[in-house]
Design a protein around this ligand. Structure first.
Ligand code: PAF
Length: 291
C-alpha cells in the first residue's frame, strides 16, 4: 500500500506504528522527477525492507545556482504514478512518499556546516561550492526524520555517496548506506532527471559522453592514466555542443586524483559535461578497477 504524506509529523506517525511492529525501514532520498534509475533504488529498498520511504524534495540548500534550482523539474503526480507501478509487484510491502514543503524541512535556516575533505572539496566540491554542505544538511535531516535501517543512493552521483558515507561515520547514524549501480538508457546515456531538459538534438549528442567513457576502458589497457584522461576529454570536446568541465580519474574511496593506474586498487573516472547552447550539466562515471 502507498501513502503520500507532506509533513514530518505525519511521516513520524506512520513510521511509529511500523517500528512498534518491528518492521525494517528503507529510505530512498530523491529530488523527484523520478525515472527508471530511481525505480531501481525503490525496487531494491522494497525487496530488502518492510517499509520504504521515498522522499521527494528539491532541496534548495544544495543548489549554488538559483537558475538551476528554478528550472529543476517538479513532477509530483507522475512521480506518485511511477511509485505505484513499482510497488505493484510487492504486495505485502508498504511505501510512503514523503513530499514536504521547503518550510517543513527548513522551519529555520540551516546553519550547520559539514566538512569532509578531501571528498567534498574535489570535483563537484570545487565547481559547486556549498553543494555538498546542502546535501549533508538535507540528508542528515531525512535520516533524523525517518531513522531508516538502510538508505539507497545511485552511483551516478559517485562523489555524493563518498561524502554521505563520511557524514554517516561522523554523525554516527546507525544505518547502512546501499549504493546502487547506474541505470542507463539503451544507448548508454546515464539516466538523470536533467535529461528531461535536453532538446532532441542535445539528447543525440549526449550519448557521446558514455560512449567515450566505455571506449576508454579499452583504451586504458594500452595507455597511461594521464593519456587516457586526456583522450576522454579530447574525444568528448570534439563533439560540437559538448564541453567537458572536468574529467578526473580518482581513488574510489578518497576521491583524490591518481597519476598512475597502479596507485590504487579502486579506480574510477568521474566526468561533468555541459551539453547544448543553454547548457545542461550532465555527470557520469566509469570504473577502471573495482575492489
Ligand atoms: O541525489 C539527489 O537526488 C540529492 O542530492 C539527494 C540525495 C536527494 C539530496 O537532496
Amino acid at each position: 500500500m502507498m501513502k503520500v504524506v507532506h509533513t514530518v509529523a505525519d511521516l513520524k506517525a506512520e513510521l511509529k506504528a511500523q517500528r512498534l511492529a518491528n518492521k525494517s525501514v528503507g529510505l530512498v532520498p530523491t529530488m523527484g522527477a523520478l525515472h527508471a534509475g530511481h525505480a531501481s533504488l525503490v525496487t531494491r529498498s522494497l525487496a530488502e525492507n518492510d517499509v520504504t520511504v521515498v522522499s521527494i524534495f528539491v532541496n534548495p540548500t544544495q543548489f549554488n545556482d538559483k537558475n538551476d534550482l528554478a528550472k529543476y523539474p517538479r513532477t509530483l503526480e507522475n512521480d506518485c504514478k511511477l511509485l505505484e507501478n513499482v510497488l505493484e509487484i510487492f504486495v505485502k510491502k508498504e511505501l510512503i512518499a514523503f513530499a514536504p514543503t521547503v518550510e517543513e524541512v527548513y522551519p529555520e535556516p540551516d546553519t550547520r556546516q559539514f566538512s569532509y575533505p578531501p571528498t567534498d572539496e574535489v570535483m563537484e566540491g570545487g565547481f559547486r561550492p556549498g553543494h555538498f554542505n546542502g546535501v549533508c544538511q538535507v540528508v542528515s535531516k531525512l535520516f533524523m526524520m525517518t531513522e531508516p535501517d538502510r538508505a539507497y543512493f545511485g552511483e551516478k552521483d559517485f562523489q555524493q555517496i563518498a561524502v554521505i558515507r563520511r557524514m554517516v561515520d561522523d554523525q554516527k547514524f546507525p544505518l547502512q548506506i546501499c549504493p546502487c549501480p547506474i541505470v542507463r538508457e539503451e544507448d548508454g546515456l546515464a539516466l538523470s532527471s536533467r535529461n528531461a531538459l535536453l532538446s532532441p538534438d542535445e539528447r543525440k549528442i549526449a550519448v557521446s559522453i558514455s560512449q567515450a567513457l566505455f571506449a576508454s576502458q579499452h583504451y586504458a589497457k594500452s595507455h597511461t592514466l594521464k593519456e587516457t584522461k586526456q583522450w576522454v576529454i579530447d574525444t568528448i570536446n570534439a563533439v560540437e555542443g559538448l564541453e567537458v568541465q572536468y574529467y578526473e580519474i580518482v581513488d574510489g574511496n578518497s576521491l583524490l586524483s591518481l597519476n598512475e593506474w597502479d596507485d590504487s586498487d579502486y579506480v574510477v573516472g568521474c566526468i561533468t559535461v555541459f551539453c547544448g547552447a543553454i547548457p545542461v550539466r550532465l555527470i557520469d562515471n566509469i570504473k577502471y578497477k573495482s575492489c
